[in-house]
Design a protein around this ligand. Structure first.
Ligand SMILES: Cc1cc2nc3c(=O)[nH]c(=O)nc-3n(C[C@H](O)[C@H](O)[C@H](O)COP(=O)(O)OP(=O)(O)OC[C@H]3O[C@@H](n4cnc5c(N)ncnc54)[C@H](O)[C@@H]3O)c2cc1C
Length: 404
C-alpha cells in the first residue's frame, strides 16, 4: 500500500463535521444580520466558547495534528458559514500565533489563555503590525518601543491601523521598532494586557466586506508595560540587535514569522467562501430555468461551475501542502505558504463573482448571499500580505534574488 494519501483520518473528519455543523446551525443563519449590523457578533463567539470551539484547548488540539490539517479544515468550514463571523472567532488566533512565534514558554502560559478567556467571560486577542504608512512595507513601521531601565518598563508610542479586534481585544500583541535604523531587524513584539493605560481604540472602519469583524486603529500614547511583556525576553533581543548591528544574519522578523504560520489558514478561509458560492450557484443553476430549460444545461454556465470546482480543489491542495510542510517542518523553499494564500484568495474572488453571474440579477441583490460572499472574498487578496506581496515572496524564493 502507498504511504501517500489525501484521505482524511477519523479525527480530522470528526473535527471537520463538528465545525461544519456549527457553521450551518449557528453561523449561517445570522450571517446576513451581523453583516448589516457591522458589529462583533458576541453571542456567536460566546456560543462557540460554550461548545468548546472558541478555546485554547481546541486550538491546541488542532495545532497538534501531525499532518497539520485540522486548523485548515476548521477554518474552511467556519468560513463556509460566514467569513466575517469567522474572523471574529478566529481573529484571536493571530495574537496566539504571534505569542507562540516569539514568546517564551512562560509567556505563552501566561498570555495564551487570556486570548480566549472563559465561556462565561470571553476575551479577544489582536495582532497589530500595520500602520498608516506601513502596510505591505512592514519594515518602515514607526511605532516605537523604548526601554526605561529604572522602572524595567517598555514605553510604546505610535498608531496602528486596520487591526482586527483592535481596541476591543483584551490582549494586544504589538510589533514596534526598538532600533528604527535596523528597519525590520530592529523590531520586536510586545504584549499589552487588559486595562493597561495608554492604549485606546481610534477610528473603527466601515468596510466593503467581512463586516461582522471589527477593524480599527489602535493608539499607543506613552503606553507603559512591564519589561517581562517583551516577547522572547530582553537578553534574546539584545543579542539579536547586536548581531544585526554587526551586519550578521538574524532570525526572521517578529511580524514575518507570524504571517508565515498563518497564511495557509487564511487561505483555508478563502476556500470556505469560494465553496459556499460554488455550492449555492450549482444548486441554483439546476433549478433556475431560462428558455425552457435549467440554466446549467448551457455550457456557458456548466463550464463556469466546472472551473469553480477545479480551482477550489487546486487551491485546497496548495493550502493542505503548506499546512503539511509547516507541520513536518519542511522549509517553504518556493514560498509555498504564500502560494497557498495567493491562490486561495484569488480563487475566492473569482468564484464568488462567477456565482453572482450565475444568479444573474438576483445574485446582485442582498436577498441572496452571493453578493456578500463576493464582498467578503475580496479581503483575502489584501490582508496578511496582498496578492502582489505574495508574488514578491514567491519570486524572491524561486529566483534567489532580492527582487525589489
Ligand atoms: C479588514 C482588514 C483587516 C486587517 N487586519 C489586520 C490585523 O489584524 N493586523 C495587522 O497588522 N494588519 C491588518 N490589516 C492590514 C493589512 O495587512 C494591510 O492592509 C495590507 O498588508 C496592505 O497594506 P496597505 O493597506 O498599507 O497597502 P499598501 O502597502 O499601501 O499597498 C497598496 C497597493 O500597492 C501594492 N504594492 C505595495 N508594495 C508593492 C510592491 N513592492 N510590489 C508590487 N505591489 C506593491 C499592494 O499590493 C497594494 O495593491 C488588515 C487590513 C484590513 C483591510
Amino acid at each position: 500500500m502507498s504511504d501517500f494519501s489525501l484521505d482524511l483520518n477519523e479525527d480530522q473528519i470528526q473535527i471537520q463535521k463538528w465545525v461544519h455543523d456549527f457553521a450551518e446551525d449557528v453561523v449561517r443563519p445570522v450571517a446576513a444580520e451581523w453583516d448589516e449590523r457591522e458589529e462583533t457578533p458576541w453571542p456567536v463567539i460566546e456560543e462557540a466558547a460554550k461548545i468548546g470551539l472558541y478555546t485554547l484547548d481546541f486550538f491546541a488540539q488542532c495545532a497538534a495534528d501531525p499532518a497539520g490539517l485540522m486548523l485548515a479544515l476548521a477554518s474552511e468550514e467556519l468560513a463556509w458559514g460566514d467569513a466575517g463571523i469567522t474572523l471574529s472567532v478566529l481573529g484571536s488566533t493571530l495574537a496566539v500565533s504571534g505569542i507562540i512565534a516569539s514568546g517564551t514558554p512562560e509567556q505563552q502560559g501566561e498570555w495564551l489563555p487570556q486570548c480566549f478567556g472563559t465561556p462565561d467571560k470571553v476575551q479577544l486577542g489582536a495582532f497589530a503590525v500595520s500602520e498608516p504608512d506601513a502596510g505591505s512595507d512592514v519594515s518602515s513601521l514607526r511605532t516605537r518601543a523604548e526601554y526605561d531601565e529604572k522602572s524595567d518598563e517598555w514605553v510604546l508610542n505610535g498608531t496602528k491601523t486596520w487591526i482586527t479586534n483592535g481596541g476591543i481585544a483584551d490582549v494586544h500583541v504589538i510589533v514596534a521598532a526598538v532600533d528604527p535604523e535596523l528597519k525590520g531587524r530592529g523590531h520586536a513584539a510586545f504584549v499589552i494586557g487588559p486595562d493597561t493605560p495608554g492604549i485606546s481604540q481610534g477610528q473603527k472602519f466601515k468596510k466593503h466586506g467581512i463586516r461582522a469583524s471589527h477593524t480599527a486603529e489602535v493608539i499607543l500614547d506613552d503606553c507603559r508595560i512591564p519589561g517581562a511583556n517583551l516577547l522572547g525576553g530582553k537578553d534574546k533581543l539584545d543579542l539579536r540587535l547586536a548581531r544585526a548591528r554587526e551586519g550578521g544574519k538574524t532570525k526572521t522578523q517578529a511580524a514575518m514569522s507570524t504571517f508565515e504560520a498563518t497564511r495557509p489558514l487564511v487561505g483555508a478561509q478563502a476556500i470556505g467562501i469560494a465553496r459556499a458560492a460554488y455550492e449555492y450557484s450549482l444548486e441554483y443553476a439546476k433549478e433556475r430555468k431560462a428558455f425552457g430549460r435549467p440554466i446549467i444545461e448551457n455550457q456557458g454556465i456548466a463550464f463556469k461551475l466546472s472551473d469553480m470546482k477545479m480551482e477550489i480543489d487546486a487551491a485546497r491542495l496548495l493550502v493542505w501542502r503548506a499546512c503539511w510542510m509547516a507541520a513536518v517542518k519542511k522549509p517553504f523553499e518556493s514560498g509555498e505558504g504564500s502560494m497557498s494564500k495567493l491562490k486561495a484568495g484569488e480563487v475566492a474572488v473569482h468564484a464568488t463573482e462567477e456565482a453572482i453571474q450565475i444568479l444573474g440579477g438576483y445574485g446582485y441583490t442582498r436577498d441572496y448571499p452571493v453578493e456578500r460572499w463576493h464582498r467578503d472574498a475580496k479581503i483575502y487578496t489584501i490582508f496578511e500580505g496582498t496578492s502582489e506581496i505574495q508574488r514578491l515572496v514567491i519570486a524572491r524564493a524561486v529566483s534567489g534574488l532580492h527582487i525589489p
